[in-house]
Design a protein around this ligand. Structure first.
Ligand code: PEP
Ligand code: MG
Length: 540
């Protein structure tokens, strides 16, 4: 048995024989052409065929993996229609009197080298896409079909996989895949997550593995070649358990989150980082109701730049493909300390300089984040919400800062989308003045974790207080009801993003109160959906 370590891009276990995926070698020759006009027309015709193929792949992916996974083929179509790309191909044909295959291969190489050299992970990942579309056109020109995978269900091991190769594979034969190249940002990785396929990247693959038995552990990133019988057995049991869990819950997949009386509830997922996205997708979340953006700061040794934040937010927005993504602005302090902020030690950190208080005292940090959020909003359906609010004045200050940032972006000619602004209701003060706050914002999201701590005066970190901590305390439940009433009076929606939202023993009560949204850890989406669909009482 040999064990290799890779980077897991989708959790799950795959067991089966390895099928080494070798791309058909093709030699693109440089051939002198007399009639360059006819060669340009041959290119145009091949491009049209490639466009049609991409249209077909889009439809196939749409059916199998949904809009977010299918989008890449629209992107490929756009790339293939790109003027610079086409001008380059035609220019090479005409100016050098050469064949279309050679012109496409040269253009593909030039463009992908250019993308790969860019100082931006997103564009670097596009280098593969350029190669992919160029190969597609060359294949059409040369009359070559697509690489095939084994007829037996197998684990595909490859140097790299293009999105089109991934989607063309017969899903029933694809147990998982392992590649040497690829990034977790690549569209192939996104597709793997969307297709629920255990996958590893950055594994030192070997062609001699072809046909050998293997196990992918998509949780730990381990790849076992010819596993020992005990290891194999252990993974068979794990896989069976995982499949049973999935089967039971997947019955809820694709079902609308609507009560029996007909009220549609937004059932969203909470995520702490981009790596939680697969789980949100796998569990069929209707959106992201709480993206705890502070992870970007916690994982870093210094302030994350606007560009780093922008990339993360855009990735989430793009992956959720038009579904709502609510980004909560920086919530550090209290239990989430970040050294480089150089915050003074406090007697009472939970009631100290934290969350929005830091942002308002250090607006340059706040503005960087808002710029990144606004820029990312051009790529999806982003909303923003602010934590730890206690007053109307704070909200007005925040909105003024937001306006400043928008003005700066306007002046710089940078586009952004419509971004709803909401606040977290997690202090008793915000509950009591929720009628006033509702006049200022687009939505409320109740943070029951902190709201319970501040209402019951129980430190949520202190394990010794567990016996006093009653998450169903009537005070907290009445507060939730009051917030929902005040939201509705002002015509805005209210949801819960604290842990209580996932407590299925309270779902009926939340429905009766008129809650509009619940945002829960991804694995709770299905159980909560089931409860909501069973609810047949009144909703306020
Ligand atoms: C909350 O307080 O309920 C909440 C959702 O935020 P966090 O747990 O990140 O403080
Ligand atoms: Mg909180």
């Amino acid at each position: 048995m040999e064990v290799f370590q890779g980077k897991a891009i989708f959790g799950g276990i795959a067991i089966g024989p390895i099928s080494f995926f070798a791309k058909e070698e093709k030699q693109v020759k440089r051939v002198k052409i007399e009639d360059t006009q006819a060669e340009v027309e041959r290119y145009e015709a091949a491009k049209e065929t490639a466009m049609e193929e991409l249209g077909g792949l889009y439809e196939k992916a749409l059916k199998e993996v949904g809009e977010s996974g299918a989008q890449i083929f629209e992107v490929h179509q756009m790339m293939l229609e790109d003027d610079d790309y086409n001008d380059s191909v035609k220019n090479i044909i005409v100016s050098q009197s050469v064949n279309a295959e050679y012109a496409v291969a040269t253009t593909g190489d030039n463009f992908s080298t250019m993308f790969a050299g860019m100082d931006d992970e997103y564009f670097q990942a596009r280098a593969v896409d350029i190669k992919d579309i160029s190969e597609r056109v060359i294949n059409v020109l040369m009359g070559i079909g697509h690489a095939k995978i084994s007829d037996e269900p197998s684990i595909i091991v490859a140097e790299d996989l293009a999105p089109s190769e991934t989607v063309q594979m017969d899903k029933s034969k694809l147990l998982g895949f392992v590649t040497r190249l690829g990034s977790s940002n690549s569209h192939t990785a996104i597709l793997a997550r969307t297709m629920n396929i255990p996958a590893l990247i950055q594994v030192d693959i070997k062609e001699e593995w072809n046909g050998k038995m293997a196990v992918i552990d998509g949780f730990s990133g381990e790849f076992y070649i010819e596993p020992e019988p005990e290891v194999l057995e252990e993974y068979r049991v794990k896989k069976a358990e995982q499949e049973e869990r999935r089967r039971l819950l997947a019955e809820q997949r694709g079902k609308a989150t609507v009560t029996k009386s007909g009220k549609a509830i937004k059932l969203f997922a909470n995520i702490g980082s981009v790596s939680d996205l697969p789980s949100a997708l796998e569990n069929d979340a209707g959106g992201i109701g709480l993206f705890r953006s502070e992870f970007l700061y916690l994982e870093s040794d210094t302030y994350p730049t606007e560009e780093e934040q922008f990339k993360a937010y855009r990735m989430v927005a793009e992956t959720m493909a038009g579904k709502k993504v609510i980004i909560r602005t920086l919530d550090i302090g209290a239990d989430k300390q970040v050294g480089y902020f150089n915050l003074d030690k406090e007697e009472n950190p939970a009631m100290g300089l934290r969350a929005i208080r830091i942002c308002l005292t250090r607006p340059e940090i706040f503005k960087t984040q808002l710029r990144a959020i606004l820029r990312a909003s051009a790529f999806g359906n982003i909303a923003v919400m602010y934590p730890m609010i206690i007053s109307v004045e704070e909200v007005r200050k925040i909105k003024a800062i937001m306006e400043e940032v928008k003005k700066e972006l306007d002046e710089a000619g940078i586009s952004y989308g419509e971004v709803e602004q909401g606040i977290m209701i997690e202090t008793p003060a915000s509950v009591i003045i929720s009628d006033l706050l509702a006049q200022e914002v687009d939505f409320f999201s109740i943070g029951t974790n902190d709201l319970t701590q501040y209402t019951l005066a129980i430190d949520r970190q202190n394990a010794k207080l567990d016996e006093f901590y009653n998450s169903h305390h009537e005070a907290v439940l009445r507060m939730i009801e009051m917030v929902v009433d005040n939201a509705h009076k002002a015509g805005i929606w209210a949801g819960i993003c604290g842990e209580l939202g996932a407590d299925v023993t309270l779902t009926e009560r939340f429905m009766a109160m008129g809650i509009d949204e619940l945002s829960v850890s991804p694995t709770f989406v299905y159980p909560v959906r089931q409860k909501i669909r069973e609810y047949d009482g009144e909703t306020k």
